[in-house]
Write a protein that binds this ligand. Structure first.
Ligand code: MG
Ligand code: FE
Length: 170
């Protein structure tokens, strides 16, 4: 075994923190750029708030376990999100691509927290398990919301796109 389960748990919490940095950058960028999709924009803004709280909760757990969050990983996550957002911004169907990206990202988050929950159970860390279950519920709610609204976003996009004088992109 290269690392103890405890060390692995700490590493995954720090990876999750970097993932939330990426999420915050991505979601903030999307919310700021959207103009014609107010319902989507509002839900994303709500999730930005949730994401900040998630990062705070993770920091608490990392500190409680004697670790420190990786500022390098956080910066890389944020940079990856900026690059992806810049790529999406160049596309004429930015809102559709962005929604798909968010949908995928929420599922990455779901998988990440499920892994941490399993590891926390294994080492008997009830507090980390509880925190990550709380976060997991928010990620699942966001994924469900996106799943339930993706078709409408696409239909709104197509309707705007075929209407003279309307912009559909974002
Ligand atoms: Mg999150
Ligand atoms: Fe999320």
């Amino acid at each position: 075994m290269t690392k103890t389960n405890q060390e692995r748990l700490l590493e995954w919490l720090s990876d999750a923190h970097a993932m939330e940095s990426e999420a915050e950058t991505m979601l903030k960028g999307q919310a700021a750029r959207l103009e014609h999709y107010p319902q989507l924009q509002q839900r994303i803004q709500q999730h930005v708030e949730e994401t900040r709280e998630q990062a705070r909760l993770l920091e608490q757990r990392i500190e409680a376990l004697g670790g420190s969050r990786s500022t390098i990983k956080d910066a890389l996550g944020s940079m990856a999100a900026s690059l992806h957002a810049a790529g999406n911004a160049m596309m004429s169907d930015e809102v559709v691509k962005g929604s798909g990206m968010s949908y995928a990202f929420e599922h990455l988050e779901i998988a990440t927290y499920r892994a941490i929950i399993a590891a926390a159970r294994k080492v008997g860390d009830a507090e980390t398990e509880a925190v990550c279950r709380r976060i997991l519920a928010q990620e699942e709610a966001m994924a469900d919301w996106l799943a339930g609204h993706l078709d409408q976003v696409v239909l709104d996009y197509l309707a705007r796109d075929e209407t003279e004088g309307q912009t559909a992109k974002r």
